[in-house]
Design a protein around this ligand. Structure first.
Ligand code: PEP
Ligand code: MG
Length: 591
């Protein structure tokens, strides 16, 4: 019996991104471009095909109208009018009659006919001299994709349909996929693609479910219904594990549970080193559902509220009023501890459904975050007004993401002042003294931190992007994950520089990237002089334990040695040596 199991077990090694052990049944999610598969039909099925088409057209029409209404509210009528062209396509009787005629004549299902007719129209339009008409080709393609989705009866996303305990197996998961899953059913994630600081990894941590990414071929190896064992700390995945393996891991899970329970006792203890140096721990949140975990895990306040997640996984963008409600809820839950609301970091891998975005070759270097907001002032101002309105709760602060030059901070501040004037004109209260900071996550911003400093109240080091942009290593790409090195001297020097500038200008510096959630790297960050660590709520007990077992003086010495070192590997060894000496049990949890 044991032999038979042993034969079936497949062990894979990927990148562990969210610690913990999960055992459960696999559920495969294939995310592939929809193909309009051709199928012969009988003459008596023609009426049914036409009815399917008409129904999909009505659904599509309603969806576009709903999106248009939302866009008008958030972005203004000018942007909403783009969808008029989409409506024209769905309502175009010539287009529809063409499809029906071919279905009747050739006796094939409606999908490939729709695709063929749409392609013909789009090709014809794209060749037109008139630029208005040639641009309509894109509308036809967009609408066709939507009609095909509706013909397949797909809802917004398959992830929303999970209704049984399972381990999610996928080629890749976008942040919007993960934003809408029902966390009570998902025991863990495993994916072919991805890396440690991909936004999917961040979501897995937020959901507190073990996850291993960058497995290359898990979707080929595992089938729905297989038993999967995930070791999110070490990055192992076992498909159909042997009874011996299950036994070993159940014991390991028990021992991890015991360590975590002991850490739970730290909840109300201060994050203070043995020699009395306090390093406040705040939390990174993506969803309001995480607010309870912040306090429960012993963190204080929110150092990073990734507000773009409010815009993902929904058909419609949140309105200004809905945003106010979310920010007020966050502020009240943490009062009097600060809540740092990061303005929208949309773009790249984080795009809302139906968002009009550029088709870019390098989206992580493209229209993302503050750039995207500054080019859509109506969207940006609706968020700025919402933050200001919520700021009557005076623990609210705000910051801009992905700043790469001073002008962006100045332009954003100008829009903020415009919003203040608008609110004042209407007699709507807000906090005139609201603290505005900026993220430092692009090397150019780090290097000119002294020029940015006079325009802000604090810096927040986004090390996930700082490493990506400094080392030219895509943070979500498992093929180059080995080059993504938080202990690279370039990163250590940039952090050291930003802290020095910050101290000179009397500013406060937080680290809100994943480095702050790593017990191995925390002594180094503290030694470099950062003031605060903002971590995933689930990591707060681990980080607090690490701080409380440290001597600040040892951290300073560690940082001094790191700055003199010549290799990332050597700095990594120095950091590992420190954890081994002061908190070896954390290595059991983190892998
Ligand atoms: C970062 O880049 O380190 C960061 C905190 O922002 P995000 O991970 O949301 O890009
Ligand atoms: Mg970032």
């Amino acid at each position: 019996m044991a032999k038979e199991y042993a034969k079936n077990e497949v062990a894979l090694k990927g990148i562990g991104v969210s610690p913990g052990i999960a055992i459960g049944s696999a559920q495969l999610f294939a995310h592939q471009a929809r193909k309009a598969v051709q199928r012969k039909i009988k003459p008596d099925e023609v009426a049914l095909e036409i009815a399917r088409l008409e129904e999909a057209l009505i659904t599509t029409h309603d969806q576009i109208k709903a999106i248009q209404k939302q866009v008008a509210e958030v972005l203004g009528d000018e942007h909403a009018s783009i969808f008029d062209a989409h409506i024209l396509v769905v309502d175009d009787r010539t287009f529809i009659e063409d499809i029906i005629r071919i279905v009747k004549e050739e006796l094939i299902n409606v999908e490939p006919v729709l695709q063929r007719v749409a392609n013909r129209y789009a090709d014809m339009l794209s060749k037109m001299e008139d630029s208005y008409l040639s641009e309509r080709a894109t509308d036809i393609r967009d609408v066709t994709k939507r009609i095909l989705d509706n013909l397949a009866g797909e809802t917004l996303n398959q992830m929303a349909q999970i209704s049984d305990s399972c381990v999610v197996v996928a080629h890749d998961l976008s942040p919007s996929d993960t934003a809408i899953i029902d966390r009570s059913f998902v025991l863990g994630f495993v994916t072919d693609l991805g890396s440690a600081t991909s936004h999917t990894a961040i979501m897995a941590k937020a959901l507190e479910v073990p996850a291993v990414v960058g497995l290359h071929n898990i979707t080929a190896v595992a089938s729905s219904g297989d038993t999967l064992l995930i070791d999110g700390s070490r990055g192992f995945v076992f498909v159909n594990p042997t009874p011996g393996r299950l036994d070993e891991y159940r014991k390991r899970a028990e021992s991890q549970e015991q360590i975590l329970n002991e850490l739970g006792a730290l909840r109300d203890k201060p994050p203070e080193t043995r020699d009395g140096y306090l390093v406040p721990i705040s939390a990174n949140i993506e969803l309001l559902e995480e607010l309870d975990a912040v306090d429960a895990r012993g963190a204080k306040g929110i150092g990073l509220f990734r507000t773009e997640f409010l815009f993902l996984g929904t058909e419609a963008l949140p309105t200004e009023d809905e945003q106010v409600e979310s920010y007020v809820r966050a502020a009240k839950s943490q009062y009097p501890a600060p809540v740092v609301i990061r303005t929208l970091d949309l773009g790249a891998d984080k795009l809302p459904a139906n968002f009009e975005a550029f088709d870019e070759l390098n989206p992580f270097l493209g229209d993302r975050a503050i750039r995207l907001c500054l080019s859509r002032p109506q969207l940006f101002k609706s968020q700025l007004r919402a933050i200001l309105r919520a700021s009557v709760n005076d623990n609210i602060r705000m910051m801009y993401p992905m700043v790469s030059c001073v002008q962006e901070v100045m332009d954003a501040n100008t829009l903020l002042r415009e919003c203040m004037d608008e609110l004042k004109g209407k007699g709507i209260p807000y906090n005139e003294e609201i603290q505005v900071g900026t993220m430092i996550e692009v090397p150019s911003a780090a290097l000119i931190a002294d020029l940015i400093a006079p325009h802000v109240a604090f810096f927040s080091l986004g090390t996930n992007d700082l490493i990506q942009y400094t080392m030219a290593v895509d943070r979500g790409n498992e093929n180059v994950a080995h080059l993504y090195k938080p202990t690279h001297l370039a990163i250590i020097r940039l952090i050291d520089h930003v802290v020095a500038v910050s101290q000179k200008h009397g500013l406060w510096t937080t680290v809100c990237g994943q480095m702050a959630s790593s017990p191995m790297l925390v002594p180094l960050l503290i030694g470099l002089g950062v003031d605060e660590l903002s971590v995933s709520p689930s990591q707060a007990p681990v980080i607090k334990d690490m701080i409380r077992k440290l001597y600040y003086s040892d951290s300073v010495e560690l940082a001094r040695q790191a700055l003199l070192s010549t290799s990332a590997e050597h700095i990594g060894e120095l950091c590992l040596g420190m954890v081994r000496r002061v908190a070896p049990e954390l290595l059991e949890l983190q892998g």
